[in-house]
Design a protein around this ligand. Structure first.
Ligand SMILES: NC(=O)c1ccc[n+]([C@@H]2O[C@H](COP(=O)([O-])OP(=O)(O)OC[C@H]3O[C@@H](n4cnc5c(N)ncnc54)[C@H](OP(=O)(O)O)[C@@H]3O)[C@@H](O)[C@H]2O)c1
Length: 131
């Protein structure tokens, strides 16, 4: 549904550089999508099973869309950020960092997004994470 709007935004800037200034989709993902890090099972009551599956699906969608957009020559950036273990309803009060700390870093990184981030997953400092 959003693709025509992203296409429109992408053509407002000349050249083919990817950036959030131009047109971008930023997914909030999770280290739970990583198969390389997937060694600790589904947690108490198997509660992480569906969650992990949903995060893998979202990352696959983003990577597939990034390839589709490249084939169509549409300079729309799509990337996924893992916010860290954050003190939210889901993360719980024992989580490592506050919402402010996580969000401040994510927002600060948006202006630095470029082609190297297209289709990948990164932590809140924009360091690449394993698939
Ligand atoms: N917290 C962490 O440690 C952590 C770690 C890795 C990744 N993440 C990712 O960060 C994102 C935010 O997580 P969070 O920790 O903020 O979770 P959260 O505290 O559980 O909050 C989830 C938010 O999503 C909304 N929501 C849930 N289902 C929805 C739906 N069907 N339609 C619209 N809104 C819906 C909820 O709205 P209501 O309040 O109205 O229900 C709530 O505002 C998620 O994508 C999560 O996977 C979080």
């Amino acid at each position: 549904a959003f693709l025509p709007l992203l296409e429109k935004a992408a053509t407002h800037v000349s050249g083919d550089a990817l950036s959030a200034d131009r047109a971008a989709i930023l997914n909030i993902g999770s280290d739970c999508s990583s198969q390389a890090l997937n060694l600790r099972g589904s947690g108490p009551s198997n509660s992480l099973l569906a969650y992990k599956m949903s995060k893998v699906a979202m990352l696959s969608m983003a990577r597939t869309m990034a390839a589709d957009l490249k084939v169509k020559n549409l300079p729309v950036l799509i990337t996924t950020i893992h916010p860290g273990w954050v003190q939210t309803d889901m993360g719980g009060s024992n989580a490592e960092i506050s919402v402010d700390e996580s969000v401040t870093k994510i927002v600060a990184g948006i202006g630095r997004l470029e082609a190297a981030h297209n289709g990948g997953i990164f932590n809140r400092d924009l360091e690449a994470m394993p698939f």
